[in-house]
Design a protein around this ligand. Sequence first.
Ligand code: INI
Length: 154
Amino acid sequence: MQTIEGDFTVRDARMAFVVSRFNGFIVERLLEGAVDALGRHGVSEDQLTTVRVPGAWEMPFAAQRLARSGQYEAVIALGCVIRGGTPHFDYVAGEAAKGVSNVGTQQDLPVIFGVLTTETIEQAIERAGTKAGNKGAEAAMSALEMVSLARQLP
Ligand code: INI
């Protein structure tokens, strides 16, 4: 049986982040975690581009442009949508997820969804470098694995 799978050794990959300013105090921690994780796997900051957008809603547009450019092997969307009583939550989180996912399949590029969707600020903090790890770092690892996989897939 043939198995095709990615690993974490793709040191020469160029990647782009789409980072939302909304809930920036959380999202910047995700970005730090992602850049740190990539750096420890041999991907230097000069291989990385960061594009900032107002909120998660705007992420698919920027992800689409970056994916289409042909300059990157992966796009990593980093954001944070907190329910916190806002009726906006379901629209913003749903459209961000659907839009980012569509970019990946339509542009034939690994697009990673590193967007926290939580009930509370506390849950977001837990996932941004405290007791539940750093979801930005996890997103970065998924990107590395997917770039490696994409290079091998027929
Ligand atoms: N954007 C977020 O990234 N996170 C949120 O929690 C959020 N909430 O709660 O409203 C949010 N809203 C802004 C949205 O992404 C757009 O920037 C805005 O609607 C303008 O299009």
